[in-house]
Design a protein around this ligand. Structure first.
Ligand code: NAD
Length: 285
């Protein structure tokens, strides 16, 4: 069994982004800029935004966080997004999810200019992904594909089982795998007999948010296991959706939690923001 080391690869990607940022700055005088919208007091959201801000600082990006109270109005967030859409120093806009219940998340995601949609959540970019066109791809599944590529794991012709079907994880993961010529099955909370599906898979990609959802007896010998889940265990430790201790004895490759997909997500946010900045520079020229 080999560990798919997302921590190591994310460092390599950060070094590349930092280098490219320097080059862009010396050629054009500008650096990539990321605006983050953070609403309310959810500790996990604050922790994620903090990590993203630190990563921006490490690679030399300009970044700004618009912190808003829990009871902020829809209109006020919309105004901020419109401002960021117009701001030439901002290349990427990220709305930290989830948002409070009174906010229309879809409407906000649709308001982000597609060329600044570094999270890849705008329907324009979702459409480009499903049709196999270039665009912005959601950071977590994009990070998974980078990780597989780093370890020369080809998904072409493989039976891939994606567990979880959210717009930010499961669905774009399935689209990327399909675009790379895998045979893809998508399972979710209403899937009957999950084990039947996972046992048939050469590769399992799980992002459900359920501790120990994938157990040893659900995994084929030699399978590749990508654990996207991030959960807080009773003892306070971060764990994924896979019973790592027992599944790792049976599989060929596995991502640890933490240190697997998580750091790759942040690396891909940096990479998408750099891509947006380069596109904007090209358009301005
Ligand atoms: P979500 O709640 O929006 O979606 C969860 C999906 O899992 C749904 O499609 C649901 O049907 C499915 N599901 C839930 N329970 C299931 C079960 N028992 N069997 C089969 N399917 C089941 O969550 P999300 O935002 O997609 O996040 C999923 C997990 O991925 C969470 O643990 C989250 O913290 C993690 N996540 C990690 C990263 C990262 O950077 N590694 C990024 C985003 C989300």
């Amino acid at each position: 069994m080999q560990i798919l080391d997302g921590k190591k690869l994310s460092k390599k990607i950060e070094e590349y982004v930092a280098f490219e940022t320097k080059e862009l700055k010396s050629a054009t005088g500008r650096v990539p800029g990321l605006a983050v919208i953070l609403v309310g007091n959810d500790p996990a959201s604050h922790a994620y935004v903090g990590m993203k801000k630190k990563a921006c600082d490490r690679v030399g990006f300009y970044s700004v966080t618009h912190e808003m109270p829990e009871n902020i109005s829809q209109e006020a967030i919309e105004e901020t997004i419109k401002m960021m859409n117009q701001n030439p120093n901002i290349d990427g806009i990220l709305i930290q999810l989830p948002l409070p219940a009174h906010i229309d998340t879809t409407k906000l995601l649709e308001l982000v200019a597609p060329e600044k949609d570094v999270d890849g959540f705008h329907p324009f970019n979702v459409g480009r992904l499903t049709t196999g066109l270039d665009g912005f791809v959601p950071c977590t599944p994009l990070g998974v594909m980078e990780l597989l590529s780093e370890y020369d794991i080809d998904v072409k012709g493989k039976n891939c089982c994606v567990v979880g079907a959210s717009n930010i994880v499961g669905k774009p993961m399935a689209a990327l795998l399909l675009n790379a010529n895998a045979t893809v099955e998508v399972c979710h909370i209403f899937t009957d007999d999950l084990k039947k599906h996972t046992l048939n898979a050469d590769m399992i990609f799980v992002g459900a948010g359920v501790i120990n959802l994938i157990k040893e007896d659900m995994v084929k010998e030699g399978a590749v296991i990508v654990d996207i889940g991030i959960n807080r265990a009773e003892n306070g430790k971060l764990v994924g959706d896979v019973d790592f201790e027992n599944v790792s004895k049976k599989c060929s490759y596995i991502t640890p939690v933490p240190g697997g997909v998580g750091p790759m997500t942040i690396a891909m946010l940096l990479s998408n923001t750099l891509k947006a900045a380069k596109l904007h520079v090209k358009e301005e020229a």
